[in-house]
Ligand binder design. Structure first.
Ligand SMILES: [Zn+2]
Length: 272
């Protein structure tokens, strides 16, 4: 392969208007590039480099390691395993594509499509990751379970619509509030009501939702780069911190679901 020279990076004001979304990141912007130019940016440092790899590395780890840990063979739980695996992979795929190709020469249209794909990935983990939790929490109440799954899917559709049409980070974060509130209700049912599931998984789900919420808030607050604009252009800015918290939150979702699946394997609903 011919060696491609690293292009000259540009500053905030010289980058296209649709890429000027964080005015505390001052330098390190890639110029508008072809498809090959975007792919080449995997191999030199710029201000999206950390964003790409903080989700590309977890994606590869999840892709290879999770199947070794998921009990695909467990009776009656095959669909949960498939949904769970897809849920864990989905946010990192959309994110890597968004951050890698956001400076594509196709301009704002390509940018908006990629941002929608990124948001869709986040919606998928919120949906596919939670449906098994709904199922297990209401295992012994088939009618309520179906109604809850339908309600959760409806909230998810609303969430997808809000997230892909949102024009700001605050609005994007707000898109996921109703799904989060529904999950809190499920945890409440497990702790204080008739909800079922592994007691051990509650700790993992609580950490999972806390990390995801913290990541969203850090991203909206633009901390720490707000305190020292230009000092976090390449490393440890709010978006990278959010990526790491999201990846960690997926690990906690996985641990919680594995506990629930162990519990599901032996649990029997009491006879009516
Ligand atoms: Zn991102």
């Amino acid at each position: 392969m011919a060696f491609v020279k690293k292009p000259k990076l540009i500053d905030f004001k010289s980058s296209p208007p649709h890429l000027q979304f964080n005015d505390f990141v001052l330098t390190g912007y890639r110029p508008v590039s072809t498809f090959q130019g975007c792919v080449h940016s995997l191999f030199y440092l710029h201000n999206e480099f950390g964003n790409i790899y903080t989700h590309a590395i977890p994606f590869l780890c999840f892709l290879v390691l999770l199947p070794l840990n998921i009990p695909w063979w467990q009776a009656g739980a095959g669909w949960i395993c498939v949904l769970h695996y897809l849920a864990c992979l989905s946010p990192t795929v959309g994110s890597v594509l968004y951050h890698l190709f956001m400076n594509h020469e196709g301009g704002e249209l390509i940018y908006d499509t990629l941002l929608s794909l990124d948001m869709f990935g986040v919606c998928l983990v919120n949906t596919l990751g939670a449906l098994p939790i709904v199922h297990i929490t209401l295992l012994c109440y088939p009618d309520a379970r179906r109604a809850a799954q339908l309600a959760y899917i409806s909230l998810s559709l609303y969430g997808v619509y809000s997230a892909v049409t949102a024009r700001s980070n605050v609005r994007r974060l707000q898109s996921f509030i109703w799904q989060a509130a529904f999950r809190l209700f499920l945890y409440f049912l497990r702790l204080y009501g008739p909800g079922t599931g592994s007691p051990a998984s509650m700790h993992f789900y609580a950490v999972m939702d806390s990390l995801a919420a913290l990541g969203g808030l850090v991203n909206v607050a633009r901390m720490p780069e707000r305190l020292s604009p230009g000092s976090f252009d390449y490393w440890l800015n709010s978006h990278q911190i959010m990526h790491m918290l999201v990846a960690l939150s997926i690990v906690y979702l996985h641990w919680g679901m594995m506990e629930d699946l162990v519990w599901l394997d032996t649990f029997q609903c009491p006879p009516e």
